[in-house]
Write a protein that binds this ligand. Structure first.
Ligand SMILES: Cc1ncc(COP(=O)(O)O)c(C=O)c1O
Length: 309
């Protein structure tokens, strides 16, 4: 990380010089929004592919609007900044990209209006975030924040205290991840990923009104399921359905597509990754490396940009 390059104050600069003042509003009140984007190295093509950067930046623009943060760049410009940043770092490995838009004034004032905005982005090498051969999860005693508290469909910096409390509790208790229930008791999502269940060969996931983040990967799973002719249903999931599901998996930029093999120490079906999860995981890991021709438009090359990038 010593020579890492970041984008800050409108230009590329050494990461170690990209610092904010301790009086910055976002540092004091959590008033920032962010994205988590991955780029995957394709060894054969010697190319780094960014996964759905435009979709991530559109969500970031929506998150920013909810917090009255001005994001001064278009979606296309944000994608170009990301390509420039990755090239400047010379990455030839899988990386995780973190853009942030935030309330930047050094001011003591609880509020959103009339406070100027900042934008920054950095990237770090990242391999698998959780095991790709099966994870153990627990239903958390922490409830997922609801839309009327902090908008769950926005990636708000301060809201990740909720995610940190639930995932930390799960890890201290010996699990890999936490599944959170919404305030009404239905299943919402995991601390930083969406949840899918398989019952009777149908994929089922909670709706966008279940206090979930509207995941970019969740949308990709719908498309991959369609390719594989797997039926999908969007509806509420009860907690006890987790104990009787045929298969369960998490999906998200960080966790990728991770099979759940136990919930609250109860094995999911036979306690091994199921066939539908495995088929989707295989397709997902090929897609992100630019290996699925039908999905090439969903990855953006860094070193040999296409005209449409
Ligand atoms: C709370 C939460 N839910 C779901 C997701 C999955 O979203 P995506 O697939 O866009 O990464 C994330 C990760 O960004 C998250 O932080």
């Amino acid at each position: 990380m010593a020579d890492a390059v970041a984008f800050f104050d409108g230009r590329l600069m050494p990461l170690k010089e990209a610092n904010i003042n301790i009086a910055t509003h976002a540092f004091n009140y959590g008033t920032g929004v962010f994205e988590g984007i991955r780029a995957y190295w394709n060894e054969e093509q010697e190319e780094l592919y960014i996964v759905q950067p435009g979709t991530h930046f559109r969500r970031m623009q929506r998150s920013a609007r909810l917090l009255q943060i001005d994001l001064p760049y278009s979606e296309e410009r944000l994608v170009r900044i990301t390509q420039d940043l990755l090239r400047a770092n010379g990455f030839q490995e899988d990386v995780y990209i973190r853009p942030l838009a935030y309330k930047a004034d050094a001011v003591i004032k609880v509020g959103l209006s009339g406070i100027s905005s900042g934008f920054a982005m950095f990237a770090v090498p990242m391999g698998d975030y959780v095991s790709m051969t099966g994870i153990h999860v627990a239903v958390s005693s922490w409830r997922r924040i609801s839309d009327n508290m902090i908008p769950s469909r926005a990636k708000v910096v301060g809201a990740y205290v909720n995610a940190a409390l639930s995932s930390d509790q799960a890890r201290l208790d010996g699990y890999d991840e936490a599944i959170m229930l919404a305030d009404d008791g239905h299943v919402s999502e995991a601390s930083s990923s969406n949840l899918f269940m398989v019952r009777n060969e149908t994929l089922i996931t909670p709706p966008v009104t279940a206090d979930i983040l509207e995941g970019v990967t969740r949308q990709l799973v719908f498309e991959l399921a369609d390719d594989l002719k797997i039926a999908c249903e969007v509806r509420n999931i009860d907690r006890t359905e987790l104990y009787s599901a045929d298969e369960l998996f998490l999906c998200g930029t960080g966790v990728q597509l991770a099979s759940i093999v136990t919930v609250d120490r109860r094995p999911v079906n036979h306690g091994h990754p199921g066939p539908i999860t495995q088929a989707l995981q295989k397709q997902y890991l090929a897609l992100v490396r630019g290996q699925l021709p039908a999905h090439r438009h969903q990855v953006t090359p860094v070193y040999r940009p296409r005209n449409d990038a």
